[in-house]
Design a protein around this ligand. Sequence first.
Ligand SMILES: Cc1cc2nc3c(=O)[nH]c(=O)nc-3n(C[C@H](O)[C@H](O)[C@H](O)COP(=O)(O)OP(=O)(O)OC[C@H]3O[C@@H](n4cnc5c(N)ncnc54)[C@H](O)[C@@H]3O)c2cc1C
Length: 354
Amino acid sequence: MIVDYLVIGQGISGTFLSYYLKQEGKSFLVIDDFQPNSSSRVAAGIINPVTGRRMVTVWLAGEILPYASKAYAEIGQQLDIRAISSKSVIDFFPNPFMRESFVKRIEEDDQYVHTYPEQNQFNPYFHYEFGCGEIRPAYLVHLETLLPSWRQKLLNESEMLEEAFDIQQLHVGETGVTYRNITASAIIFCDGAGSFDNPYFQLLPFAPNKGEALIVEIPGLPDQHIYKKNMTLAPLAGSDLFWLGSVYQWEFDNPEPTQSFRKNAEAVLKEWLKLPYKVIDHMASVRPATIERRPFVGLHPNHKQVGILNGMGTKGCSLAPYFAKQLVDHLLYNKEISAEADVSRFSRILGKQS
Ligand SMILES: Cc1cc2nc3c(=O)[nH]c(=O)nc-3n(C[C@H](O)[C@H](O)[C@H](O)COP(=O)(O)OP(=O)(O)OC[C@H]3O[C@@H](n4cnc5c(N)ncnc54)[C@H](O)[C@@H]3O)c2cc1C
């Protein structure tokens, strides 16, 4: 079998990389072993224009948010699904200090952070004695619909192998790569946490970060918003289900769900929510984060047939479409990748590898 590109992984990065390759009429094969606890399958899918307690505007928000909104709408149209919804974040202040810093933030710059005039609207559902504000525009990517739909399309068109990729069987030559009976001009790794052990990229400054979430059923809670107070509640597509998370753990022994997270998440929910709820599932995953919080995009400096689209950290839903497009434009038209994301910034480190 001869293809232009071999793509390893079909999380949100591999999905958009293959989407743009397809748009350009390139042939490819995606290999993905469907790990149920991979980051894209555990994520909430939130695209939030601000981040952290101080609600700092996220990197490249002005470019990346509108880009993502359009890209998800387009892929959704092609698949005949709803891949993204516009949902503002209702931020319930856990204490007077947080309310103060929200108000201060509005005074500095109110592009994304707003007062919420209907302060009593959420009284039937939540306890929030210090009021709430609104963050918008914000979006919710329906990963639970998008990832399987795109996968099915790839399967139908014989562009997907559902199995584990074994790097021992990869041969990288001068003009291309071979993997078993497959020949390609290049291989692109979109394998998330899989790249931590990849001999071509393991020296990159990854900073694995563990997160956990509960899936809870909350009949009667409106699904028009994402809700936040110490934790985040995000509606999932379909009947009364919500995603509740998360934590950011830099130190951990294993990637499994923990009792301590479940206990803490339920305590937060009990104190916040007025409605009855039922826990349906508990998931955990390791985010492919990086020390300097910027992705790794581009070709290996010593092996131009080996590339990477990874390091999406906590923001894969907004970053992956934008940088997948940059990578495809780089591969096909030699266009530049943003300097802060281009993996060539680590040429010296990667040069030590082989
Ligand atoms: C609890 C939690 C909540 C999150 N919430 C959000 C959020 O709300 N918004 C947001 O933007 N981001 C969120 N994130 C981060 C987001 O999940 C990641 O940034 C993003 O999913 C990374 O996508 P990826 O495609 O690069 O990697 P992954 O999602 O890890 O995908 C890698 C794929 O490669 C496959 N793979 C790996 N190794 C192999 C192999 N050897 N052979 C074959 N296949 C292989 C895996 O099965 C997987 O399908 C969250 C993460 C966590 C853990």
